[in-house]
Design a protein around this ligand. Structure first.
Ligand SMILES: [Zn+2]
Length: 290
């Protein structure tokens, strides 16, 4: 059978040829997800990618992103690229419409609010010139130096790959650390004057807020960003709040591609059981100001 393929552009500049997802891919995605040590998203995207049209910043073999036979290892690609590709694959499989429900953020209300968005409209920002150059250069491990303005310490700032983000997700899942420090330690592989893991951990935990803000701004300036926070207005209390794009349960499913159907007893009907449920329940790291 002739496979349908299409061209997909990532925010970094990488352009790949991708085939449409098949039932076996989605089944594998759900199966692998039950074992959190497996990065099911990266495996899913690697299976769908059949060729490379433009390598973007992934121009040399040491990055382990593009193999000599033109396969893409999404674990080694930047996290923002893999998030964008996942959204792209969803659009190609089920269309751009995404319907979901979210609890009202007003603790006195908590109504389940229905929301619809077109995911093809999510704005993507690419790498800064410095970040692009860092990824293309040999031996940088996607790191460049920054000097923290308040404490004056020089740190190595790392653009996270999908594998790095998966590591952060596992740390959070195992509740080894709070979200902020765990994520920050992976992003700061080098901190001047801090040799041991204990010293590095202490440094991150005692970082003053202005330096922490500087790092967040640096992230926004240099790394791939997807504007995937969704504004929701509660239909009951009128409260306006933001929620991350729900890329977990039901995202890669026809269930979220059409409005929920009212059932006989008048309540809307949507199965809570999905082949794709469980994978990346935490998130896919698409929303990234953390
Ligand atoms: Zn409300």
């Amino acid at each position: 059978m002739q496979e349908t393929t299409y061209s997909a552009a990532c925010p970094s500049g990488l352009i790949v040829t991708v085939r449409e997802a098949q039932v076996r891919d989605v089944k594998q995605l759900g199966k692998a997800a039950r074992d959190s040590r497996v990065d099911s998203l990266a495996e899913f995207l690697s299976a769908l990618t059949v060729g490379v049209e433009d390598p973007g910043p992934y121009t040399w073999s040491g990055q382990r992103v593009i193999s000599t036979d033109g396969k893409v290892n999404w674990s080694a690609a930047l996290q923002g690229d893999s998030s964008a590709m996942f959204i792209n694959a969803r659009v190609n499989a089920f269309g751009t419409d995404l319907y979901f429900k979210v609890s009202c953020a007003n603790s006195l209300c908590r109504k389940q609010v229905e929301r619809h968005i077109e995911i093809k409209d999510i704005v993507q920002h690419g790498l800064s010139d410095l970040a692009f150059k860092t990824v293309t250069e040999h031996g940088t491990d996607h790191q460049f130096e920054l000097e923290l303005p308040r404490c004056g310490v020089v740190v190595g700032w790392k653009l996270l790959t999908r594998a790095d983000q998966h590591k952060v997700d596992r740390i959070i899942e195992d509740k080894i650390d709070e979200v902020g420090p765990a994520s920050l330690l992976v992003r700061l592989p080098y901190i001047a004057g801090c040799g041991t893991p204990g010293e590095r951990s202490k440094f991150v935990n005692h970082l003053v807020v202005s330096d922490s803000d500087f790092l967040r701004e640096s992230y926004e300036e240099h790394d791939i960003l997807l504007e995937d926070m969704v504004e929701v207005t509660c239909s009951r209390c009128g409260h306006i709040f933001e929620t991350p794009l729900p890329t977990g349960k039901d995202f890669f499913s026809s269930r979220s591609a059409a409005p929920p159907r009212p059932s006989k007893n008048g309540r809307s009907k949507r199965s809570t059981n999905s082949d794709t449920s469980q994978f990346l329940e935490e998130d896919t790291g698409t929303s990234e100001a953390r």
